[in-house]
Design a protein around this ligand. Structure first.
Ligand code: HAM
Length: 415
């Protein structure tokens, strides 16, 4: 038997209904904040991610699905979508459009991580990017939007963590300070951290190895290395959040595992998720567009929700069930089946969900109607067809009503 690939899974009903519910809710909230959808390809040139997410990150150094195409070019299944959105923004000169570009996306991402609960190799993100402004008001609006999506899905008990990693200059000063500090303690850290202590000290803060944590906690805080402008930007982001009564915790270690961040970074975690507790992550990436070849500055901020984790949280909160079937028609015999197929078509035109049985045994068809929780059933035999009169059974009250074809259609038209 052939199984699905490790870390990749099928999403079956009724769970797929919860997925649709989550996506429909997100789309509704995006529209309220004036975001429009962008769809980018799943394959990109490998260089795109290497240059934006960063060579030293776990994502690029260990987790990408990269392969050589037949023409020798190196392609990668997207591990995230911010880089692709910015590529598209530059390629299509979206900077020339009026106002900010507020774009959202929903789709699969690929990272070759060790699979566990809430962590997959093909996972889905619902994300948004606001490109074209460095105003702290946009940071707060983006955070407000994502909090609104969670609220709309009746998710409570989440925690918003925020930080600022400053602009390049602040980060360089911090990296230097870290490098010096790490010289003495690096030998006690894991081998990845020892390498990063030299190549990209900031990435040491992403380390998940439990034994390393006390040492990492004792390292200097990035907030002490912010320039005055960065500090003011971060103060204003918090002020805007306070105005909106959005609660948050400042987490100076939250540098996030991607190199493109500048200034604000944030994450939302949820206790019910276990080890993989980040429902979403995001941040500002001023300078990213320029590093990918944009001639004009395109400061931006965005986030990506881990949809797999979001759906898990929604499903834990309440059981979401697939929509019920409105009508089950049980035809008795072949002529009745032909008749019912046409009748079903007419009733479906009214927006009603209809299933036509094909079993030869009436009993089995009625059992199935029950299992499908059909709201109504209709048994159609030769007598009914001859008399053009149908017995509609209400499966909740048990009541049966005989009616003409016209009355039957009217019933569903108004029901
Ligand atoms: P990220 O933190 O790498 O950020 O991923 C965002 C979210 O995707 C995580 O918080 C998590 O919920 C989910 N996620 C990541 N990896 C997996 C996995 N293997 N299985 C299941 N869920 C996963 C980004 O991707 C950035 N593009 C976010 C962003 C947008 N920053 C600015 N704009």
């Amino acid at each position: 038997m052939i199984h699905s690939v490790k870390g990749m899974r099928d999403i079956l009903p009724p769970s797929s209904f919860a997925w649709n519910h989550v996506e429909a809710t997100a789309r509704r909230i995006f529209a309220r904040f004036n975001y429009q959808e962008i769809r980018t390809p799943i394959l990109e040139e490998t260089a795109l991610f290497a240059r934006s997410v960063g060579e030293e990150t776990d994502i690029v150094s260990k987790e990408m699905y990269t392969f050589e195409d037949r023409d020798g070019s190196s392609l990668t299944l997207r591990p995230e979508n911010t880089a692709s959105v910015i590529r598209s923004y530059i390629e299509h000169r979206l900077d020339q459009q009026p106002g900010l570009q507020k774009l959202y996306y929903i789709g699969p991402m690929f990272r070759r991580e060790r699979p566990q609960k809430g962590r997959y190799r093909q996972f889905y993100q619902i994300g948004a990017e606001a490109i074209g402004s460095d105003s702290p008001a946009i940071d707060a609006e983006v955070i407000e939007m994502v909090a609104t999506i969670l609220q709309e899905l009746a998710i409570t008990g989440f925690e918003l963590l925020i930080n600022s990693v400053g602009t390049k200059e602040s980060r360089q000063r911090y990296n230097e300070a870290l490098r010096i500090e790490l010289e003495s303690v690096a030998p006690k850290l894991c081998s990845d951290c020892q390498r990063r202590a030299v190549t990209n000290p900031l990435r040491v803060l992403d380390c998940k190895v439990p034994e390393d944590q006390p040492i990492i906690d004792s390292l200097p805080s990035i907030l002490d290395y912010l320039s005055d402008e960065d500090r003011e930007h971060f103060r204003r982001v918090r002020e805007f959040l306070d105005d909106r009564h959005i609660a948050y915790t400042v987490r100076p270690r939250l540098v996030r595992g991607l190199d493109y961040y500048a200034r604000t970074t944030f994450e939302i975690t949820h206790g019910a998720l276990g080890a993989q507790n980040a429902i979403l992550g995001g941040g500002r990436y001023d300078g990213l567009a320029e590093s990918l070849g944009s001639k004009v500055p395109a400061p931006g901020i965005g986030f990506s929700i881990g949809e797999d984790r979001l759906v898990m949280t929604v499903e834990e909160g309440k059981a979401i069930q697939s929509p019920k079937l409105d009508l089950y028609i049980a035809p008795m015999g072949d002529p009745a089946l032909r008749h019912c197929a046409v009748l079903a078509g007419d009733i479906r035109q009214l927006g009603v969900s209809v299933e036509v049985g094909t079993d030869r045994k009436l009993k089995r068809m009625l059992e199935l109607a029950n299992k499908l929780s059909a709201r109504f059933t209709l048994i159609v035999g030769e007598d009914e067809i001859a008399a053009q009169s149908y017995a509609l059974k209400d499966m909740v009250s048990g009541e049966q009503t005989t009616m003409t074809r016209q009355k039957l259609l009217e019933h569903f038209q108004h029901g």
